[in-house]
Design a protein around this ligand. Structure first.
Ligand SMILES: [Zn+2]
Ligand SMILES: [Zn+2]
Length: 67
């Protein structure tokens, strides 16, 4: 596991969590994956329980890299 924790601040370049499709708001807890994709901490946690790979990264299914 190599997930970076971050807290969203206005002006950050991240916009939308593609798991829940909500825009980030000030103070949201984010997790940054090794591939630089960013999701809500809670969203990616439940996503990884279902499927141990990044939602938007085809490379992970090819290489078998997991968290
Ligand atoms: Zn989310
Ligand atoms: Zn990714």
């Amino acid at each position: 596991p190599d997930l970076h924790l971050s807290t969203f601040k206005m002006g950050d370049k991240y916009v939308t969590c593609v798991i829940c499709m909500a825009e980030y708001e000030e103070g949201d807890q984010l997790k940054i994956l090794p591939c630089s994709h960013v999701y809500h901490g809670t969203c990616i946690d439940s996503w990884l329980l279902i499927q141990p790979q990044c939602k938007t990264c085809p490379i992970f299914s090819d290489t078998g890299v997991t968290f």
